[in-house]
Design a binder for this molecule. Structure first.
Ligand SMILES: [Zn+2]
Length: 111
């Protein structure tokens, strides 16, 4: 499997970012030219492609998206993405619980 290249549209500007993935000895390297990607953050473009979300991709090559997933298998990447998804779910649940408790408090304080 050679290098995989993807192009994605910025959600906030006309900018187009380039993503490149290739195998390394430890697993894979997956870079993105967006501001977050440049500083080593887990940018949303890479996360999206890894879970098969191609909504912001340009000229999508479905085979390359599948190859990307194969490349990530066995690396800690997919596990980390699953952990993030689970944590985000927990945050949503906690937000709902917090809002519910605040509403009950507000109601209780009305006597
Ligand atoms: Zn990015």
């Amino acid at each position: 499997m050679s290098n995989l290249l993807f192009s994605v549209r910025s959600s906030s500007s006309d900018e187009v970012y380039t993503l490149e993935a290739y195998r390394t000895g430890k697993g894979m390297r997956f870079s993105c030219t967006c501001p977050a990607g440049q500083v080593g953050s887990s940018c949303k473009h890479r996360m999206a492609l890894l879970v098969g979300d191609v909504s912001s991709a340009i000229d999508v090559d479905e085979a390359a998206v599948a190859d990307l997933r194969t490349m990530a298998e066995g690396s800690p990447i997919l596990t980390a993405i699953e952990e993030i998804a689970a944590a985000e779910h927990e945050v949503e649940r906690a937000k709902k619980a917090l809002n519910g408790a605040k509403k009950r408090l507000g109601k209780a304080m009305m006597g």
